[in-house]
Design a protein around this ligand. Structure first.
Ligand SMILES: Cc1cc2nc3c(=O)[nH]c(=O)nc-3n(C[C@H](O)[C@H](O)[C@H](O)COP(=O)(O)OP(=O)(O)OC[C@H]3O[C@@H](n4cnc5c(N)ncnc54)[C@H](O)[C@@H]3O)c2cc1C
Length: 390
């Protein structure tokens, strides 16, 4: 039986950042991760899975000690954010509107995870167990016990579940979720373009769903195509050349000449855990909530969970108070659950108003965009919210 203060299940972006931010408290931490990400090299093509990382999340990554590692691999800053209704009004944001030089970064998920795992190696009180998987979880009044697939047994005062959307830990601790599938899937398409590196991320709303471009380092970009699941299935089995024709026909005429290098599709499901803790198990990131990715907020709200929970635990350790108390976990839940629900609901509202072709919805959204584009303080406030600064 190995004894720890905290066991973190999942060494993805959320779990690995939690380990780094908790480490300075001196607590003895185990991180269990099923799969080591493949090492980075510059010759590799861009991964399909990328995230728009807000400035608030970048600050968190700086605090984890991982930012330098991430920057030394690759990323693409963006300064402008543009959204429009097909054939209607548009709203444009620029970092200068709020006195910043950028709004965020597009980064491969694997690069973020590698940067965080590298930073973790500096902490002697953090032990990474990888590749390893949780087989069972049992809870007692003073501790929780985990048995790994390898047969090893671990015990800790708190188990932090950062094992993603289908969290085994959430299921084994009997925390229910409310969830539904959006009647859409999302296709990610990596392209090489003839254009210089872009600093804008844009999104066009059409009645069939949004189409977006995220800039990637160099002459590259990621196209994001939301559509009915059956149509995304059809697009997925096309050759790159056939898919290119579809993109040329349906995407706005802004991409220039391009070649498709990779593509893949993902179902879209909204999930929200009914509680963020049960006994000695606490949920963070996708284990607690998944959200429509149209505004690129998923891991950004996950990082906010990490920030709040680590701050509460660190302060309790410094003050010599119980860092595993029910009161502390309740405080975490109170702070994060309503905030995440608000973000999920705002995204759904935004999505349904923009993906609706009825005349009143069209009038409403164009009016909304026109007002927002002209209402300076409101627009700035919306932008600050989107990049996690308020
Ligand atoms: C198409 C798409 C686009 C997106 N774009 C954005 C974006 O632009 N911006 C943004 O903020 N978010 C975005 N998201 C959301 C973002 O990808 C997720 O919020 C993020 O990956 C969640 O991180 P996580 O660490 O909580 O979970 P995960 O990334 O799922 O990591 C979980 C980790 O736990 C490990 N694991 C799982 N089970 C076990 C087990 N039993 N034992 C041990 N280890 C285990 C896994 O190997 C994995 O490493 C997008 C999502 C989708 C689907």
């Amino acid at each position: 039986m190995q004894e720890f203060d905290v066991i973190i299940v999942g060494g993805g972006m959320v779990g690995a950042s939690t380990a780094n931010l908790l480490a300075p408290s001196g607590l003895k931490i185990a991180v269990i991760e099923a799969q080591m990400p493949s090492p980075f090299s510059f010759e590799q093509p861009m991964d399909l899975r990328v995230s728009a990382i807000s400035l608030a999340s970048q600050q968190l990554l700086v605090a984890t000690g991982a930012w330098t590692n991430i920057r030394e691999m690759r990323l693409c800053p963006y300064r402008r954010l543009e959204t429009w209704d097909q054939g209607g009004c548009e709203i444009k944001f620029h970092a200068n509107d709020i006195g910043y030089d950028k709004l965020g970064y597009i980064i491969e998920n694997r690069v973020i995870q590698l940067g965080l795992l590298e930073a973790m190696r500096r902490h002697h009180n953090v032990q990474l167990m990888c590749p390893e998987k949780v087989a069972t979880l049992a809870q007692y009044s003073d501790y929780a016990e985990i048995r790994l697939i390898s047969g090893a047994k671990l015990r800790a005062k708190l188990v932090l579940a950062a094992d993603g959307a289908n969290s085994i830990i959430r299921q084994q601790s009997n925390i229910g979720i409310s969830s539904w599938d959006y009647r859409q899937s999302c296709m990610l398409i990596n392209i090489d373009t003839d254009q210089a590196q872009q600093d804008v991320t844009w999104q066009e709303f059409s009645p069939t769903g949004p189409m977006a471009l995220l800039p990637l380092p160099g002459h590259k970009a990621s196209l994001v195509w939301y559509h009915q699941t059956a149509h995304i299935k059809y697009l997925s089995q096309l050759s790159n050349a056939e898919l290119k024709v579809e993109v040329q026909q349906h995407f706005p005429d802004l991409i220039g000449e391009f070649e498709i290098t990779n593509h893949g599709s993902f179902p879209l499901t909204r999930r929200h855990a009914q509680q963020y803790y049960n006994g000695r198990v606490v949920l963070l990131g996708d284990a607690a909530h998944t959200i429509n990715p149209l505004a690129g907020q998923g891991v950004n709200i996950g990082f906010k969970d990490v920030n709040v929970l680590c701050e509460l635990i660190r302060s309790a350790v410094i003050e010599g108070e119980a860092w595993d108390s029910k009161a502390l976990l309740t405080q975490y839940q109170r702070s994060r659950k309503p905030d995440n629900l608000l973000m999920q609901t705002s995204m759904d509202l935004f999505y349904s108003v923009f993906s609706n072709d009825s005349i009143p919805a069209k009038v409403l959204r164009n009016l909304g965009i026109a007002v927002a584009q002209r209402a300076g303080p409101l627009k700035r406030q919306a932008l600050r919210y989107a990049i996690g600064l308020s």
